[in-house]
Structure formats: structure tokens, C-alpha cells
Design a protein around this ligand. Structure first.
Ligand code: ZN
Ligand code: ZN
Length: 196
């Protein structure tokens, strides 16, 4: 039965329907939890979905900032809609980790997302995940890089993570004309720390 579902999932992927493939693999994984091939494919699809949701959350925040025209130095708080988008993205990463506890990429993405959602409250949780990864993989360059980024507050954006030139809006108003912010390539992320 698991093999059947697995085959159907691959067909769903071939016709470009990852949502259906994910559902089929959830059933296949439940029916045959020890099948490593099914688990790996399922975790991979869950992660792709999680990354997609993380991008959605970031985009929702940027749209929200642009819409609310929040001044850069004002205390920033996500709207409920944006907060929900971040929650959904985090839950999606946890879903990957429920299938594969030590999934390196999912752990790195989750740490990044916790940090991105709220640097003040998320930093310690993000660092804890990254330190765990570092202990397991001391030579992992990306983990070392993330540890440094997450562990060092950024003076350029006063550690908000937003582009200080456009206040995270991705556009600047110059002489009453709106222009794309070239400093952050209009993505609203601090060019110094914003690799995340
Ligand atoms: Zn900018
Ligand atoms: Zn910064």
C-alpha cells in the first residue's frame, strides 16, 4: 500500500502538483514509517512547502510595512495577519522535524525564521538550535556563518533587520516620487546583516 501511494505521489510531482504529492506521502509515511526513501522524499516536500511559507511571511511583512508607512525608528510590531503567516511558516518547519528530527536544512531554516520573526525574542532560541547543529557538525560552514550573524546585533539597522534607507519598504520617496530602493534591491532587508 505504501508503495502504491509512493508511486502516486511521484506521478503527482511529475504533473506539478506538490500539494497532492505531500498528502499522498503523508499517508505512505504513516503506513510505512520505516521506509527511508518515502521519509526522505516526504521531508523534502514538507521543507519546500515550509520555505515557501517563510517567503510568504516575509513578503506579507514587507507589504504591510509599505501599506502602514511605519517610520523607521518607530517601535515595530507585526499585524495579526503577518504574525499568522510567520506562525504558519514555523509550524511547517516543525512538521519537517516531526518526520526527521535532525533534518539539518530544516533546523537551519527554523533558526533563521525564529530570528527573522523577532530578533529580540527569537535570538536565543535560534542560537540554541544553531549551537546544537554546530556540536553535531563542527565543520558546517553555513552553521558557523549563521551563528555569527544571529549572535551579533547589527549596528547599521539598529538590529531591526530592515533596510535603513527605505525603512523596510523597498521604495524611497525622493522629491515626492517613489523609487525602488537600490540599497536593498527593493526587498526591504538591511544590506549589512540581511543575508537572512
Ligand atoms: Zn531599502
Ligand atoms: Zn542590519
Amino acid at each position: 500500500m505504501a508503495d502504491d501511494l509512493h508511486a502516486q505521489a511521484r506521478q503527482a510531482l511529475d504533473r506539478g502538483d506538490p500539494d497532492a504529492a505531500r498528502d499522498l506521502l503523508a499517508k505512505a509515511h504513516a503506513a510505512s514509517p520505516d521506509d527511508a526513501e518515502i521519509r526522505e522524499l516526504y521531508a523534502g516536500l514538507l521543507l519546500a512547502h515550509a520555505i515557501h511559507l517563510a517567503t510568504d511571511a516575509r513578503d506579507a511583512r514587507r507589504r504591510d510595512i509599505a501599506r502602514r508607512k511605519i517610520p523607521y525608528d518607530e517601535e515595530f510590531q507585526d499585524s495579526p495577519e503577518v504574525a499568522r503567516a510567520f506562525d504558519a511558516a514555523l509550524a511547517a518547519h516543525d512538521a519537517v522535524l516531526a518526520v526527521e528530527t535532525g533534518h539539518e536544512k530544516a533546523l537551519m531554516m527554523k533558526a533563521t525564521l525564529l530570528f527573522r520573526r523577532d530578533r529580540v525574542t527569537g535570538r536565543e532560541a535560534a542560537l540554541a538550535i544553531l549551537r546544537g547543529l554546530e556540536a553535531a557538525h563542527p565543520d558546517h560552514k553555513q552553521v558557523t556563518f549563521l551563528l555569527k550573524k544571529v549572535g551579533t546585533p547589527c549596528p547599521r539597522c539598529t538590529d531591526t533587520g530592515f533596510c535603513p534607507y527605505c525603512a523596510g519598504r523597498g521604495v524611497r520617496t525622493i522629491l515626492r516620487f517613489e523609487r525602488v530602493c537600490e540599497k536593498c534591491h527593493s526587498d526591504g532587508i538591511c544590506p549589512v546583516c540581511g543575508v537572512l
